[in-house]
Design a binder for this molecule. Sequence first.
Ligand SMILES: [Fe+2]
Length: 284
Amino acid sequence: MEPQKKKFISYVVLIVAIVALLTVALWNGLVVKSYVLSSKKLTDPVRLLILSDLHSSMNGKNQSLLLAKIRELKPDLVFLVGDVVDDKRPQEGALQLLEAIAPEYPCFYVTGNHEFWSGRADNIKNTIRSYGIEVLEGNCETVTVGGQRIQVCGVDDPDGFEQENFFGQEISPEWDEQFERCKKQLNTDTFSILLSHRPERVSYYDGSGFDLVVSGHAHGGQIRVPWLLNGLYAPNQGFLPKYAGGVYDLGSSTMIVSRGLAKSFIPRIFNPPEIVLVSVEPRE
Ligand SMILES: [Fe+2]
């Protein structure tokens, strides 16, 4: 082959490879991330659906794509773990979703930082409550799924209460109080779940007695590299965040961090928006 022709083919192959890589890296279609856990406290399997960090973004007309996926997964319970409503974007997209799912599934909601940043957190909570969704703010509810009881607890985002102490460190005593109130309500014979937007507060969750902790906030660390990097940067964790997304064994408890559904001008790389499905199976 002539050297000119060889060079031309090499360039074409390189360009095709780069375009293919960018297409895969920047693909932003909705994915379902599934995890399977087990518990001695359950007698029947339970399907838990986690939606986090929607930031009021749309998925099809009137959220049709998101709703279709949720219905396909047939969850027993739906958990909305904060930043579902954004502080800058119009809230209609988020409210459309919540209004649609509320009559179909038992739904539980906790705030994220963006609901507080909007300055309308109380208003948002009241609207969500009006759909029949359980808004958790330092309390627990017990639900029955297939004849067995499950305890769902939840705390607000600490940004609702954050203040600085004498040394300039950020503290949120009211968040601590909410967390302690949830712990006090724990029934250790019942499978228990804590909804808390913040994964970096893992030191609180570790050994707390909750069987499962569900968080979001980290957006998967925004940029991922398959098999090499589970997130480049996450708020409140910084670079190379440990709790960017996935499942984390906390000894007596498990934490699942959703990479969330947010779509914004900041690209998500190898990190498509995700719905999380947790199947918890009974164990002997
Ligand atoms: Fe957040």
